[in-house]
Design a protein around this ligand. Structure first.
Ligand code: DHB
Ligand code: FE
Length: 284
């Protein structure tokens, strides 16, 4: 049985990748933000996960508005990045995984999640910025990644409760996999932000802190929101909370979780940037 070590939720703002490429981590604007990451990196270093399942949203690199799967999962040996216009430097490819990935795909179909399976896909900042944050210098080649893209750009989007249930099904699939791999789940994006329109620049700190409080042990208080309510409370792109909920859903059947780390910085670029580490019993 593969073993779930825990979950990490983190912002994926493209400017973070640019700041790391340019070595700006110690500058006044960035210092507090980056100072929050070493405890999570240390946990990863100690726990040595073999596989990372990463819930992210593709902002238009692989799936533009003309073809937007609700849920897509990668089953490839390798994932390339490409220039999306945010000025992030060219980065090494992401190592893929196929055995657990196909096991998850089969489990999902059996449990009524009819996903899109991608044997080839490009991955955008939603996936690569968090990987670079966890393993600076783009030293993430050793970890096998299963990208799971959730539509967060084009309405209609899957509901928060559905994203949670989707994550839960993936967690169950991991536990039913006949291997001894150690698996970490990640949810990227959020928290509140709106990049354009009349409310551009909108951030809701009290709501972000509420989400970080409740996601630990009362996620049902968050999954009851509609996407419309999330947009109201957290801005048009605040629906990226759904990736955090999918990550938390994957840990639903793991019993009580321990929050090992939390930080929140405001604003980073246009966004309330959160970081949170939730460990299962096996990885405290
Ligand atoms: C920003 C945030 C995002 O989640 C994103 O995908 C792109 C940009 C920002 O705050 O700049
Ligand atoms: Fe985003």
């Amino acid at each position: 049985m593969a073993n779930l070590l825990g979950g990490i939720a983190t912002s994926h703002i493209p400017a973070i990748g640019v700041a790391m490429d340019k070595g700006l981590e110690e500058t006044p604007y960035w210092k507090d933000f980056f100072d929050a990451y070493p405890p999570v990196r240390d946990w990863l270093y100690t726990q040595e996960p073999d596989i990372a399942i990463i819930f992210y949203n593709d902002h238009g690199l692989e799936f533009f508005h003309d073809r937007k799967p609700t849920f897509a999962i990668g089953a490839s040996e390798l994932y390339e990045n490409a220039d999306e216009g945010w000025g992030i430097a060219e980065i090494p490819p992401v190592t893929g995984e196929t055995e657990l990935s196909w096991h998850i795909v089969n489990h999902l179909i059996e449990h009524d999640f009819d996903i899109t399976v991608c044997q080839e896909m490009k991955v955008d900042h939603g996936l690569t910025v968090p990987l670079t944050l966890m393993w600076p210098g783009h030293k993430y080649g050793h970890i096998k990644v299963i990208p799971v893209a959730i539509n967060c750009e084009r309405h209609p989007m899957p509901k928060p409760s559905r994203c949670y249930a989707f994550g839960q099904a993936i967690g169950d699939a991991v536990r039913s996999f006949a291997g001894d791999q150690k698996v970490v789940v990640m949810g990227t994006g959020g928290l509140s932000h709106q990049l354009d329109g009349q409310r551009a620049g909108y951030i809701n700190k009290p709501f972000d802190l509420y989400c970080m409080d409740k996601i630990v042990n009362e996620p049902e208080l968050l999954t009851q929101f509609s996407n419309y309510e999330l947009v109201e409370k957290a801005g048009a792109q605040g629906v990226e909370l759904n990736m955090w909920l999918a990550m938390r859903g994957a840990l639903e059947n793991e019993g009580a979780l321990k929050e090992l780390h939390r930080s929140y910085h405001l604003p980073i670029s246009n966004t309330g940037a959160g970081l949170q580490l939730l460990a299962t019993d096996s990885a405290r």
